[in-house]
Ligand binder design. Structure first.
Ligand code: UT7
Length: 320
């Protein structure tokens, strides 16, 4: 018995900001952003919140799965940008969709969040603690970036993606996750709750701060090794995998992984040009796009791989 994905959904806020718009805010230009990241435009939330976008993605995934919402007994929502500390985003989604039988909690593994949440759902299902789970990645990173910092505001964006998973005869074959807290400060964002109101002048900014090249090098080193381990554990060769669905952090990272692993770039679907880097939401948004374009055939083997803040990284091998 495996944990299989039976439905996907996503939501992108309708407001689109292209590179030329950003060039009006910070010293940058369309050519630099395209060449260094692959991004042309991104969706930015205006009134949409993380829980709202997560709810919309969840509704689409449930409809795609064709299940009764009362069958869902677990909701896991990965995010680093919830609009409130409590109630959790997953509890808000539960209420909005009427998943009255679900246990709900959020988890934060930054850009690896969806992969971590999927692994957790798989563990619950394998342990007999749940049968049908809703796994969501949702982010409103536009609220966490400093719109005066050209090294981050050109990269991060908003959106949500979701998957319904359940007991099945095919699905997750193997799963690996890793963390290295000792390198965590190369991608950081202080929480607002740490504000010291008696001594505010020395406080760090509550914005995302990133040493981009360090994270880039970490990704290009760790992702191939992680995928190798995943495939080795499953006894599956690189060639047997139809698609490598990587976190959409930067098109150059994806291209470097493809080159380093000697796997053709066309096996690495991308949508970063229109979505930017949506952290935990990027993998389920891309997966939903692929599912709706009918790129995934029954029996296809696919790899999902997330990496980012924490530092965290991880991957799953799935038979569709
Ligand atoms: O989501 C998971 C975690 N995040 C990631 O995986 C992101 C990983 N990192 C990256 O994607 C890249 O490091 C960035 C896209 C963030 C930056 O690209 P880069 O090629 O690593 O640029 P850099 O930081 O090495 O900067 C190169 C130059 C610098 O100028 P000097 O010092 O060479 O004169 C920067 O000041 O480019 C400059 N620069 C820019 N110029 C125009 C940095 N950002 C910009 C910009 N427009 N937006």
């Amino acid at each position: 018995m495996a944990t299989g994905i039976i439905g996907t959904g996503s939501f992108l806020p309708p407001t689109i900001i292209d590179n030329n718009e950003l060039a009006k805010l910070v010293k940058t230009d369309d050519e630099w952003i395209r060449e260094h990241t692959g991004i042309i435009e991104r969706h930015i939330a205006t009134d949409e919140t993380t829980s709202f976008m997560a709810t919309e993605a969840a509704k689409a995934a449930i409809e795609n799965a064709g299940i009764d919402v009362r069958e869902i007994d677990l909701i896991l929502l990965a995010t680093l940008s919830p609009e409130r500390a409590t109630p959790s985003m997953s509890c808000i989604v539960q209420d909005k969709i009427g998943a009255v039988n679900a246990t709900c909690f959020d988890l934060n593994a930054a850009c690896s969040g969806f992969v971590y949440a999927l692994q957790t759902a798989d563990a619950y299902i394998k342990a007999g603690m749940a049968k049908t789970a809703l796994v969501i990645g949702a982010e409103t990173l536009s609220k966490l970036v400093d719109w005066k910092d050209r090294s981050t505001c050109i990269l991060f964006a908003d959106g949500a993606g979701a998957a319904v998973v359940t007991e099945s005869d095919h699905g997750i074959i193997s799963s690996v996750t890793h963390s290295d807290g000792s390198k965590g400060m190369s991608l950081k964002c202080k929480d607002r709750s740490t504000r010291n109101f008696l001594n505010r002048k020395h406080e760090d900014p509550h914005y995302i701060q990133m040493i981009g090249p360090d994270i880039f090098k970490f990704a290009v080193r760790r992702v191939p090794a992680c995928i190798e381990l995943l495939l080795q554990r499953a006894g599956v060769s690189r060639e047997e995998v139809a698609y490598y669905v990587l976190h959409q952090a930067n098109a150059r990272i994806v291209a470097s992984v493809s080159k380093k692993m000697d796997i053709p770039l066309d096996r690495f679907p991308m949508n970063i040009e229109h979505c930017g880097n949506t952290s935990s939401a990027s993998i389920p948004i891309l997966l939903d796009e692929m599912n709706r374009k009918e790129m995934l055939k029954k029996g296809d083997k696919i790899v999902l791989c997330g990496f980012g803040g924490g530092l965290t990284w991880g991957a799953q091998l799935i038979e569709w």
